[in-house]
Design a protein around this ligand. Sequence first.
Ligand code: WT7
Length: 680
Amino acid sequence: MIPDKAPKENVYHGSEELKKEAHIPTFEKYKELYLKSVDSPEEFWGDIAKDFFWKTKHSGQFLDYNFDVTKGQIFIKCMEGATTNICYNLLDRNVHERKLGDKVAFYWEGNEPGDELTVTYRELLQRVCQFANVLKSQGVKKGDRVSIYMPMVVELVVAMLACVRIGAVHSIVFAGFSAESLCERIMDSQCSLLITADGFYRGDKLINLKVLADEAMQKCKDKGFPMEKCIMLKHLSKEAEESPQSPPAKRACPDLQVPWNPEVDLCWHTLLRGSSVECEPEWCESEDPLFILYTSGSTGKPKGVLHTVSGYMLYTATTFKLVFDHQPDDIYWCTADIGWITGHSYITYGPLANGATSVLFEGLPTYPDVSRMWEIVDKYHVTKFYTAPTAIRMLMKFGSEPVQKYKRESLKVLGTVGEPINPEAWQWYYNVVGEKRCPIVDTFWQTETGGHVMTPLPAATPMKPGSATFPFFGVVPAILNESGEELEGPGEGYLVFKQPWPGVMRTVFGNHQRFETVYFKKFPGYYVTGDGCRRDKDGYYWITGRIDDMLNVSGHLLSTAEVESALVEHEAVAEAAVVGRPHPVKGESLYCFVTLTDGVTYNRTLEAELKKQVREKIGAIATPDYIQDAPGLPKTRSGKIMRRLLRKIACNERDLGDVSTLADSTVIEQLFQNRCGAAV
Ligand code: WT7
C-alpha cells in the first residue's frame, strides 16, 4: 500500500541537515516502522510505552476493538488494566526523572507586544498541584466534569492539568464561543464547575468574558441546570499582590466592570492562597475518560468527542515527536487556540509529554500588524512552527514584505492543519516563510482522531504540495467507492480507516448510538472520516475536502477544494469558497465566492479571467457558472468557511439555521445583496 520507493520527480525533500538528526531520517525507515506498527502494534507501541510511567502494567491485548456495527457494539480499548496519570507523565516525570525542572515549558506572549512570561516545568508542576488542591477543596472528584472557558493564558494549561491530576474530566469551550454555546456544552456534559476569567483583549477588542460566562450560567439555570460554582481568574483586573506568579499584564484593565455573584463566584487568586504545592496524582485506568471536546455535527447539535487516558497520551506524544521531529533544543510554536483539538493535542499534551519548550500566544497574527508572527518567531528563535492554511492565505494577501522584515533563520519545520492547503498557499509558505529550507508537514486529522493520522514526516517523506502524503504509524487508510468497495491503486472516494490507533475517540459523550451512527453505520467495518480522498499513481493521499462539500456536475464528482485552489492561484484572489447550486440540466452548477487581494477591484474582465483559469486548471466541466465578489466570507471562529451558509446564499434561501458558530454575522447581509443570477 505504501510504495517501496518514494518518487523522485516533482517532489520536495527535507534538508540534509534535518536528515542528520531526524528520528525517522529516510522513507525506507518510515516504511519499515510503519509495517511494524500495523503488523505488531503490541511491540511497536509497547516500546513507546516504556518511556512513560505506569502505576500498574496493562494486561491482555494492547488494542482490543470492534469496528463492525453488524457484529455488535463499537468499542476501542487500549492497554486495559494499566493505571497511570497523564499530568504525572507530563510534569513530575520531566521534573524528577528527566531533570527538566529548569527547562522552560512555555514562553507566554500576550496580545500586547511586550507582555510576556516564562514558566519552567518545575513552576508549572507546582502551579498545577496548587490548583488541583483548590479543585479538591471545592469538592471536585474523579470523573466529575469541569467546564473551562478561558483565554490563552498559562492558567488555562494549569486548569486543564489540575483536572487531569485529580482524574476530573475537562471540557474546554473556546473563549470565542457565545454564551448560548457555552450553556449548551455545560449542560450536555453535566459539568459541576465552571472556570473562567474576567476578560481579555483580542487585538484591540476587549472581551468581557465573565459577562458571557454569567449569561451562560443564567441560561443553564433557566433550563433547570443551575451551576453551583464558578472560579474566575483575574487576567485584566488583578492587583500585583494578588498573583506573584503572573504579574498584571502590561495592557491591564483595572477598571474592568466584572459582574460578581457571591453565591456562585470564587476568586482564583484567593482560593490559591495557602494551597499546598504538592498533590498526589489520582491513578486512572487506561480507559477512564480524559476530556470531552465538542465538535460541530452535521445535524447542528455539537458532539461531545470523548478521549481516554493511555491511548491519547501515547498517540499525541508520538505524533508530536515524529511529525515535528522534536529535538531537545527546539522552540516550538503552534498558533492554534487550546479551545480546539489542535491546542489540546499539540500545545498541551504532545509537547509537554516530550519535555518541549513552546510559545503560548494570546494574540492575533494581525495585531498590532501583519508581521507579528514573524516577529515572535525571531524573538523566541522558533524552530518548529504550526499554523492553519487560512492564516497563511490571509497573510499572503499582504505580500512577502511583512515576512521579510524578520529573519526567520531559526525555522526548521513548518506545519499546517485544518483544511486542505491549496498548492499556491503551500508554495508561498514554503518559498517565502521557510525560504525553501523547511519541509511542510501537511497534517490531516480531526477532533475525533486525537492526533495526526495522515501526514508527512519532515525528513523522511518527499512532499507534494497539497498532499497529506501517507498514514502515520498504526493508521490503516482505505478509499471506498459509493458501494463500499475498497479501491486499489489510483482513485477517489471516501476516506476511511480500517482499524483503530491508540488516540482515536471512544464515544460521543452521553450518546454512544450517535457515535456509531455518524462514524460506523455507512460502511460497516470502517471508521468513516467524512472526507473525500484521492490516491495518485505514487500512492500519495490527497484530501479533497468534506464529502458533503463534494459537487456533482453533469455526473462528474468535483471537489470544492480543487476549484477553490484553482481560483486562489490567480494573483487577484486572496480566498475562494465554492458551493453547489442546483442546476436543472447539470445537477449542480458551480457558485464561487472570491475575496480579492487588497487594492484589486472586481470587474467583468477579471471574472472572465477567473473562469478561464479554472477551466484551464481542471477542465471545462469545472468552469464556474457564477462568481461573486465577496469582501468577507462567513467563517467559524476557528476560521473555517461555513459553506453551508454560502450554499443558502447562492440559492437565495433566507432561512439559515444555526449560526451560533459564525464569527462575524455582518458579512451575510452583504453577500445576499451582491448575489448573482436569478433565484433558482
Ligand atoms: C476536518 C476536521 C484537526 C485539527 C483541526 C480541525 C479537515 C483537517 C486537514 C488537512 C485537509 C483537513 C478535514 C477534517 N482537515 N486537517 N491537513 N488537509 N483537510 O479539526 O474541526 O475536527 O476538523 O478538518 O475535513 O475532517 P476538526
